[in-house]
Design a protein around this ligand. Structure first.
Ligand code: OAD
Length: 250
């Protein structure tokens, strides 16, 4: 463990041990060690290779539905062969340890659920689900349907992935649940996220500015929130989170 982290974890220990209510916001960095690419990292991020405005907006979908559908099919495939990593598993251990624990995630890969996390708030949807483009109602058993994309069996509109695209609102219930979980939490983690995408990043800003909560960031890189958090643990989530769990259970 890096010396700076040892010192910080030592200072954090008592707060972590005493807390009853904890919230963690996760981003793509948590799945990086499962082989799922992040978005904004210079060489490896998806947005270094693909243009979000051509793939992750409703205009892009309307302009070229097969292109967008196939891109998400490729990502769905990639995610389906990925396994949860030690970071996902450590978050399950934290949920088992704390009486109140909420996991707010921007990830659409479902790996938190696969690892065994239960109280998951998905802010950006889930890539394994699809919904109808016009009416937004969920559609089950769609993988046997013909077409790229297939048409909704109920209303005939095109099907699209059930993820949040740029310019779209977050699912209202998810946002309400996230804000609710944050209200009485004592420790708030921001893990593996560049903290650049709003409104998800605004949750962390609220935790820093408006709530009486200890804010801990886990990231190998600096982000816009790093100067303002109480503890900035520098390194990978797959390494630091298990160390943090050891602090609690050993
Ligand atoms: P980003 O790609 O913006 O940021 C990933 C962050 O993870 C960076 O800050 C990395 O330094 C960090 N990171 C990389 N490897 C890590 C590791 N092993 N452990 C911990 N951290 C690591 O991804 P997000 O912040 O999740 O939105 O992006 C937010 C949203 O932007 C995504 O949900 C997606 C994207 O456009 C939608 O698709 C709606």
């Amino acid at each position: 463990m890096k010396d700076e982290n040892v010192e910080q974890l030592d200072q954090l220990r008592e707060t972590l041990q005493k807390a009853k209510s904890v919230v963690a916001l996760t981003g793509a960095g948590v799945s990086a060690e499962s082989g799922v690419p992040t978005f904004r990292e210079a060489q490896t991020g998806l947005w270094a290779r693909y243009q979000p405005e051509k793939l992750a907006t409703s205009d892009a979908f309307l302009e070229d539905p097969p292109l967008v559908w196939e891109w998400y099919a490729w990502r769905r495939e990639l995610v389906s062969s990925a396994e949860p990593n030690p970071a996902h598993r450590a978050l399950v251990a934290l949920e088992n340890y704390y009486p109140n624990f909420a996991l707010i995630t921007q990830n659409v890969d479902g790996l938190h659920a696969e690892a065994g996390s239960r109280n998951i708030i998905e802010l950006h949807g889930n890539i394994s689900r699809v919904k109808c483009f016009n009416a937004h109602h969920p559609v089950e058993n769609w993988d046997a349907l013909e077409g790229s994309p297939p048409h909704c069996p109920l209303c005939g509109s095109l099907l699209r992935p059930d993820v949040v695209w740029f310019g779209e609102m977050l699912p209202e219930q998810a946002l309400i649940s996230a804000l609710g979980a944050m209200q009485d939490c004592e420790v708030y983690f921001s893990i593996g996220t560049s903290a650049l995408v709003h409104p998800a990043a605004a949750l962390t800003v609220e935790a820093i500015k408006d709530l009486d909560v200890t804010v801990v960031e886990i990231n190998p890189a600096e982000t816009p929130i790093t100067p303002y958090v109480d503890f900035a643990l520098n390194g990978s989530a797959g390494q630091i989170l298990p160390e943090l769990v050891d602090l609690l259970v050993l």
